[in-house]
Design a protein around this ligand. Structure first.
Ligand code: ADP
Ligand code: MG
Length: 235
């Protein structure tokens, strides 16, 4: 599903440059649930932005679902993002003046899906994340965990091939983090390919494979015994 080879990325600021990714290689098969671990500043978001076609590597190749991602203009990049990818962010990135339902249906609007179909699908995904009763509420009427569920429903709405999550539990307390991870595990159980960036060990162990980044390189890439969230235990 995802394959990167010899990926390099530097940032340039005046005369200074910072070599953040120094030749990364890995691939992710369909249906995997992988975490990208590393301390703050290790390049996790840089990598995820490249995988999310929000940024481009300086060197190396990135292939997504058999398509080489290279030198795309913004229009094509947007089309690929829409078709292939769903995004989940630490800060939810919901639109504050729109209801939960309208937030979830937004990607479908951009795909030109008709309003009634859009709302039907959005409602389906809100049900899936357990928020059907909250469809008409605005984000500021929801808890952090509920906001992230809405964001997850939005990420799922266009039925992307891959979910990319950058610190999805970074703004949540432990119990809520585990509930959100349990939801994400359930989505992976249904076959969705998922990549999660995190610096938290316990969250990484709720995925099936941990890729460890350090000093611009992958220093470890291992399958792990997935810890299943047991929400009841934390209530
Ligand atoms: P992480 O997500 O692992 O915390 P990042 O990928 O955000 O790390 O950043 C890696 C390094 O690159 C950091 O030192 C950061 O300051 C730097 N960096 C990130 N984005 C930019 C940018 N747009 N311009 C310059 N430096 C950046
Ligand atoms: Mg980051």
């Amino acid at each position: 599903m995802i394959e990167i080879k010899n990926l390099h990325k530097s940032y340039h600021m005046g005369k200074n440059s910072l070599h953040v990714l120094k030749g990364l290689n890995f691939s992710v098969a369909e249906g995997e649930m992988v975490s990208i671990m590393g301390s703050s500043g290790s390049g996790k978001s840089t990598l995820l932005n490249i995988l999310g076609i929000l940024d481009e590597a300086d060197e190396g190749t990135y292939t997504l679902d058999g398509t080489l991602i290279k030198n795309l203009n913004e229009k094509v990049a947007a089309r690929y993002r829409n078709k292939f990818l769903g995004f989940i962010f630490q800060s939810f990135n919901l639109i504050n003046y729109k209801s939960a339902l309208d937030n979830v249906s937004m990607p479908l609007y951009y795909q030109g899906v008709k309003r009634n179909i859009r709302n039907e699908k959005a409602m389906h995904y809100l049900e899936k994340v357990g928020l059907a009763d909250w469809a008409s509420h605005l984000p500021n009427e929801l808890s952090g965990g509920q906001k992230q569920r809405v964001a997850i429903a939005r990420a799922l709405a266009s039925d992307p091939k891959v979910l990319l999550a950058d610190e999805p539990t970074g703004a949540l307390d432990t119990k809520t983090s585990y509930e959100v991870m349990e939801l994400i595990q359930g989505i992976n159980d249904e076959g969705k390919t998922i990549l999660i960036v995190t610096h938290e060990e316990d969250i990484a162990h709720m995925t099936k494979r941990i890729v460890n980044l350090k000093d611009g390189l992958i220093i470890d890439d291992s399958l792990v015994n997935q810890v299943r969230a047991k929400t009841e235990a934390y209530v």
